[in-house]
Write a protein of this length. Structure first.
Length: 368
């Protein structure tokens, strides 16, 4: 492999688990192809993560987790995505639920779930896109009705819930008629919950992403993580889009495609200049992401990073598919899988400014 180009794809953080992460990523890559064409929960992929203790990374030591610092955590997400975007995506949604639980200090229900998750006794996921970016037509989004002081009932649809059938608790939210919103930890066995069959997605179907329909599901104050409040979106850490974690997944997959391109480069002089530009762009974007993860907010914004990461993962995976020619279009080749999976970043938790920037980029217009 070209050492100069490879150096531009080096990770920023020094990880004491580097060797283990490399082995883990390789094992995920072995299972990613079969999982992509499967229609069921990817047990092999997820068991690889569970056995490696990955689900404890984002949980604080207080509850039995590792308390992995955010800069290192986003790097690990990127590394895992290089082996299997499906596995890394499922983990990111699990950890999104964990982060919302951690953002509820002093909550007894959050503490109980975090402790159980750290012990491997529970699985969480998150369903809050209806409060952020999702505006699905047809299904009525979930709403909360106040039955009595501190007693609520949820009815409607929670869209885009990853691994909903596997979840023991779904972190979700709902607005009330008076405009206030709330977040809660909703146990999966609560009566009135109907987990629908997984959506037939263009890629990442093994994530078993679906919608959950609620009909008069009871919730009381002990289930609440935040609110009711006039604007739960203003609660830092409660909900949000264009997160660094999603950008890390995009850059992880882009890196895998670029490494594959570098392997082709010795026999392809036509790849030299494009590879140099793509690797240089990757290095810049990665440095900006890590700076943000370290709290250096004088750099570019998370939305700008997401815009750049989206563009990079699309260009890198399509470049590799093109370089592989017809062989890359076979379902047995990772090139076509990576190119399909990269489309995910155009639609998942993609804020309007990021989507607009992508459309302008596709139209050949300069991004703002």
């Amino acid at each position: 492999m070209n050492r100069g180009l490879a150096a531009k794809l080096s990770w920023t953080q020094i990880d004491p688990e580097t060797a283990r992460l490399q082995s883990l990523t390789a094992r995920l890559a072995e299972h990613d192809g079969p999982a992509d064409v499967g229609l069921e929960w990817p047990r092999e992929l997820w068991s690889v993560l569970e056995q490696a203790g990955v689900t404890r990374w984002s949980i604080s030591e207080e509850f039995g987790g590792e308390g992995c610092p955010r800069p290192l955590l986003v790097q690990r997400y990127a590394q895992l995505a290089g082996g299997s975007l499906t596995a890394a995506f499922i983990l990111s949604q699990h950890d999104a639920g964990v982060r919302r639980l951690l953002a509820a200090p002093g909550s007894d229900v959050a503490a109980r779930w975090l402790t159980a998750i750290a012990k491997g006794q529970a699985f969480t996921t998150v369903g809050i896109s209806h409060l952020t970016t999702s505006r699905r037509l047809g299904a009525q989004p979930v709403k909360a009705a106040l039955d009595a002081p501190g007693i609520y009932r949820l009815s409607g649809t929670i869209p885009w819930v990853t691994a909903a059938q596997q979840a023991d608790v779904i972190v979700t939210g709902a607005p009330l008629d008076d405009g206030r919103q709330m977040l809660c930890a909703l146990p999966a066995e609560r009566p009135g919950m109907d987990v629908r069959p997984p959506f037939p997605l263009a890629a990442l179907q093994a994530s078993c992403t679906t919608e959950v329909v609620l009909k008069d599901v009871p919730v009381d104050e002990s289930d609440l993580l935040a609110g009711p409040a006039s604007d739960i979106l203003s609660n830092p850490g409660a909900v949000g889009t264009a997160g660094l974690e999603t950008s890390a997944l995009a850059l992880g997959q882009a890196r895998a495609a670029l490494e594959a391109l570098i392997e082709l480069a010795p026999d392809r002089s036509d790849l030299a200049e494009p590879l140099d530009v793509l690797c240089e762009n990757w290095q810049t974007c990665w440095a900006q992401l890590i700076a943000q993860a370290k709290g250096k907010h004088d750099t570019v914004t998370p939305s700008q990073i997401r815009t750049q990461a989206n563009s990079l993962v699309l260009r890198s995976t399509q470049a590799y598919l093109t370089a592989r020619r017809g062989a890359g279009f076979l379902r047995t080749d990772p090139a076509q899988r990576w190119a399909r999976q990269a489309l995910f970043f155009l639609v998942w938790s993609c804020p309007t400014p990021v989507a607009h920037a992508a459309i302008r980029d596709l139209a050949g217009l300069c991004q703002a």
